[in-house]
Ligand binder design. Structure first.
Ligand code: ZN
Length: 751
């Protein structure tokens, strides 16, 4: 779209240049995702109670959805006319795909290129209407719009937790309102099979139900289970109903049938298609299981019969076949699988996985479907039609695009909406990670490593909502919104407005829309960023609001008693000094005077608070650590959230800590994290050295047995060197065996 084209249209619509000159340089559009062009012109268009339109110009589904939203949001209706309508339509040719424009002048003129773009235009129109003293109007403006990426998706895992037909419909309605167009429906996994397959009724009669579900975080020990039977599935009629609901909203559904791994629910129903024929129940614990489909002929026929029915239910071009996290333990000991390797001259079990995916790929190609799978499917070669969903970072996507495969980016760092969205301690339990709104907003699906031609293979991106810790629709909406709007912004917009501008539109306008739509969205993004830095003999805390004029009623609480209350301006530093004697737990509570949202932090004040750390072994930068983390008075969160810990991946770790002054220290406590499932282990041994006349002398050493390891010091110290030794490799039989274990530390308390 060149500028010439824009101005020609503006002149056609508004007559003269003069009016256009009134337009401000940076007009902020109330529409999200933000349109390509939003030009405000002088004046408002006041709306009659009934907006007339020419019914015959609208497909029924578009008109009815527009009517519903118009009534719900603005208490306005449409009425049919055969004469000059208030909302006039014009069809365009030779414009970018899904292009539309809206001219708000003395009436509304919508120009569109296809049905979908007319639908998008009306969704935008709803967002333009404003109310003042019960009067409805639209600021006169010219809008021109079309999407940047073709694949703008949201995923939903219905296996770990089940969502009803009505809940799925609400999820789709919201997607449509924010112009997301691809719904990746994760229908099968270890913990439940959710789609009726007529040829294999036990998939749902047995595979759709589990006897128990793990409570709390799955790494919490001891494990506790909710013993209630849990499950559900969609009948084929219900699937058709949802497919049709999505189609009316111009959303295409990509169903996912996981293989060869994540298949415990299917194998609970039909153990004969596993390697060892042993029947095991549908598991209620999250994780990765060794039992996967066998590669014998009968198993392929089973899967192909399932896909036959799936293909007939879903009209979209892609079928997702999973392909991730498939341990090869069973295949290594299975006669059938080993024969398959020999017969086909395959190198090993990894090549057998590639053989598996290729066979399914050929089967689906014959049915005129393309496969898409998680980035593991790239290992070992793929058919030219196959697309890759890059989840282990961007690398899989980069490799795939360089090999001319289509790619959907969905890296954990920006697109996993099962991660935490604020660092506040009151966020509901999530799997881990930290993906705040601002980070999602910054996401660019096109990595800088790709040239223009390679970039053309990036179809777009999607956010994944894995539901281990999302038990119901309320929590689903909390995790998905408003992050899904930020994602839509990065996929739709050609030239994104600044985050601050987006944030203002989001919180001032769209939070009201979400309220009207009865969405339980998260307000975590309104919480301030709390920065903590070391200062001499303590720490400095800054509460940074999104609105720099905000201030915070601040309470300092010790032993559940408020000891001080004062006002703190956004960005104004607050110092907390280290103690000189006993450790003290201090809580700080900040309540915004603008939006009344509270945030809190808890500081353990100890002798070493704010001490400086000199890392001789660099921590792994993946956990974007902050240098003062080990002595900032805050403990790393448990269960692990992926931040708030210093993480090392080397077998010897060396760092030095220096206190502000020489102090008498009785004990030092080092807090480690143990989370074997994430390959995070306790180290073997810690040695503490003290400097004496230019030489480091060993002062204490001991084996590490617990997450909190205590060292008796009882002397005056200022600077210490810590040497931490881990196992060279994770021992056989434990998760991550053979790799260097991770060591996570926070906090080091000086007592
Ligand atoms: Zn086998």
């Amino acid at each position: 779209m060149n500028l010439h084209f824009v101005s020609v249209i503006l002149i056609i619509l508004f007559g003269t240049f003069n009016q256009i000159l009134f337009a401000q340089a940076k007009d902020v559009s109330p529409i999200l995702p933000s349109p390509v062009v939003y030009k405000r012109v002088k004046g408002n268009l006041y709306l009659p109670k009934k907006l007339s339109l020419n019914k015959s110009e609208y497909p029924e589904n578009i008109r009815s959805q527009f009517d519903v939203l118009l009534e719900k949001f603005h208490k306005l209706n449409t009425v049919d006319t055969t004469g000059k309508a208030f909302i006039r339509l014009r069809k365009l040719k030779n414009v970018p795909k899904d292009f539309y424009s809206i001219a708000v002048n003395d009436y509304l003129l919508i120009s569109y290129s296809n049905e979908k773009s007319l639908f998008y235009a009306l969704e935008s129109l709803i967002q333009l209407i404003q109310t003042e003293d019960d009067i409805k109007y639209i600021p006169k403006a010219f809008i021109q719009d079309y999407p940047k990426f073709e694949w703008r998706g949201l995923h939903l895992d219905v296996s770990r937790h089940f969502f009803t037909v009505d809940e799925i419909k609400k999820y789709l309605d919201l997607m449509a309102f924010y112009k997301l167009n691809t719904f990746h429906w994760h229908l099968t996994d270890d913990q439940g099979w959710r789609i009726e397959i007529k040829a294999f009724p036990k998939l749902t009669s047995i595979g759709a139900y589990r006897d128990s579900t793990v409570s709390r975080h799955f790494t919490s020990q001891p494990r506790e289970y909710n013993k209630e039977k849990y499950g559900g599935f969609y009948t084929q009629d219900e699937i058709k109903e949802i497919v049709s609901h999505a189609k009316q909203r111009y959303i295409s559904i990509v169903p996912e049938i996981e293989m060869p791994g994540h298949s415990r629910a299917a194998l609970a129903a039909y153990p004969e298609f596993s390697c060892n024929n042993i029947q095991k129940p549908v598991p209620g614990l999250w994780g990765v299981y060794d039992d996967i489909y066998c590669t014998k002929e009968e198993s392929f026929q089973f899967i192909e019969s399932i896909l036959e029915e799936v293909v007939n239910l879903f009209p979209g071009e892609y079928i997702h076949i999973g392909g991730d996290e498939a341990p090869k333990t069973r295949w290594k000991h299975c006669e059938n699988c080993q024969n398959r390797i020999k017969e086909n001259n395959l190198k090993n079990e990894e090549a057998l996985q590639s053989f598996f995916i290729n066979r399914i790929d050929r089967f689906l190609s014959k049915k005129n479907k393309k496969i898409i799978g998680w980035d593991e499917i790239l290992e070992g070669g793929l058919s030219p039609n196959a697309a890759v969903m890059s989840w282990r970072g961007m690398k899989g996507g980069i490799d795939a695009a360089k090999k001319s495969h289509y790619v959907v980016m969905t890296p954990g760092s920006h697109c996993y909406f099962d991660h935490y969205q604020s660092k506040s301690k009151d966020e509901p339990l999530a799997i881990g990670g930290y993906t705040p709104l601002e980070k999602v907003y910054d996401f660019n699906p096109i990595p800088s490593e790709l040239n223009t031609n390679e970039s053309s293979f990036i179809l777009g991106a999607q956010a994944n909502l894995w539901t281990e810790y999302i038990p119901n629709l309320k929590q689903l909406e909390y995790m998905a919104y408003p992050r899904a709007i930020a994602l839509s912004q990065s996929l739709w917009c050609h030239d994104r407005p600044s985050y601050n501008s987006f944030f203002k539109t989001l919180t001032e306008t769209h939070f009201l829309f979400l309220d009207l739509l009865n969405v339980n969205y998260s307000r975590s993004s309104l919480k301030p960023n709390i920065d903590i830095a070391s200062i001499k003999n303590g720490i400095s805390i800054k509460v940074n609001a999104h609105d720099s004029l905000d201030s915070y009623k601040t309470q300092i609480i010790e032993n559940d008693t408020i000891v001080e209350v004062f006002d703190l301006k956004s960005g104004q530093p607050l110092s907390i000094k280290s103690t000189e004697k006993n450790m003290t737990m201090t809580d700080l509570k900040f309540t915004s005077t603008k939006n009344n949202i509270s945030s809190g932090i808890r500081i353990m004040r100890h002798l070493g608070l704010g001490a400086t750390t000199n890392y001789i072994t660099e921590p792994n930068p993946q956990y974007n650590y902050n240098k003062s983390l080990l002595t900032d008075g805050q403990y790393g969160a448990r269960p692990w959230r992926g931040h708030e810990w210093i993480g090392f991946d080397s077998s010897e770790i060396v760092f030095e800590i220096e206190l502000a002054t020489k102090k008498k220290v009785k004990n030092i406590n080092i807090n480690f994290l143990k989370s074997n499932g994430s390959w995070i282990y306790l180290p073997n041994k810690v040695l503490i050295y003290k400097k004496r006349t230019k030489r480091w002398r060993l002062c204490k050493s001991r084996k590490v047995k617990n997450e909190k390891t205590k060292f008796k010091i009882n002397r005056r110290i200022r600077k210490l060197r810590f040497v931490i030794r881990t196992h060279e490799q994770i021992p056989t039989g434990l998760p991550g065996a053979g790799h260097t274990p991770w060591t996570f530390i926070d906090e080091i308390e000086f007592q």
